[in-house]
Design a protein around this ligand. Structure first.
Ligand SMILES: CC(C)(COP(=O)(O)OP(=O)(O)OC[C@H]1O[C@@H](n2cnc3c(N)ncnc32)[C@H](O)[C@@H]1OP(=O)(O)O)[C@@H](O)C(=O)NCCC(=O)NCCS
Length: 216
């Protein structure tokens, strides 16, 4: 874990004023007691439960959801489609993967047009009775319509039905929308840590809310 000041080992990357270590929060939820409200979707949106054939679609959704934010610089796998694809494949092949906690939301377009993928979630087992939300992303054009909340609630309910009693996840401290979503469901901060930016963000970070300086 990175200390905030002083004890961070000197490095040309960390010392660069544009690339400070970024504050992250480990959040936890008492899943056994959490009320977890409904996960209803607006008309024309529908659920797809995990199947290996969904890997390419989920990879695209996650990459497109994260590519313009700071998290893509912290977790380089999300910065490229190839990286995202590899991450989804590796996750699904991992013995800790929870297929019941992996969901995709699509929007139906009519009988003759393929459905549009909108958002996805992946979960893994982090320990006995502990589910970790590994990735949650909604495409920018579908945000603010309850899809992120629905994905999280549906995945957590499924994991609770399997016996998970605690849910945890890591979030970048300045990620306001995600932080607000998690808090509203009862997640609380259990640990604060700092993560180094591994890939130079360049012009990829367009969301001012996610500017690295806001996360110090
Ligand atoms: C975080 C994310 C998944 C939320 O998805 P979404 O579909 O827009 O979220 P919802 O519409 O379900 O909103 C759920 C809650 O999130 C919060 N929220 C959503 N957008 C917000 C915003 N712009 N500002 C503040 N809070 C916001 C609210 O609490 C909201 O609940 P409310 O509608 O009852 O007020 C989406 O913004 C996203 O994919 N971001 C990029 C990837 C990412 O950061 N993932 C999380 C990594 S830990």
């Amino acid at each position: 874990m990175f200390a905030r000041t002083g004890r961070v080992k000197a490095s040309p990357v960390l010392d660069h004023p544009a690339l400070p270590p970024v504050r992250r929060h480990r959040l936890e939820l008492d899943l056994a007691r959490a009320p977890l409200p409904g996960a209803e979707l607006e008309a024309r949106f529908g659920w797809r439960r995990w199947r290996p054939e969904l890997t390419p679609v989920i990879s695209i959704v996650l990459h497109e959801s994260f590519r313009s934010g700071l998290d893509a610089a912290l977790i380089p796998a999300l910065a490229t489609l190839e990286g995202s694809d590899e991450m989804v494949r590796n996750t699904a092949a991992n013995c800790r993967f929870i297929p019941e906690g992996a969901w995709l939301i699509e929007r139906w377009q009519g009988r003759s047009t393929p459905a549009l993928p909108c958002g996805a979630i992946l979960c893994i087992e982090a320990g006995r009775g502990v589910v970790q939300v590994q990735t949650l992303g909604v495409l920018p054009e579908f945000r603010g319509r309850g899809l992120g909340r629905a994905l999280l609630v549906r995945a957590l309910r499924s994991c609770r039905a399997l016996g998970c009693q605690v849910a945890q996840l890591d979030v970048t401290a300045c990620n306001r929308s995600a932080g607000q979503l998690y808090r509203s469901l009862g997640f609380r901060v259990r640990q604060v840590f700092f993560r180094r930016i591994e890939a130079a963000p360049g012009s990829a970070i367009r969301d001012p809310e996610n500017a690295p300086r806001a996360c110090l």
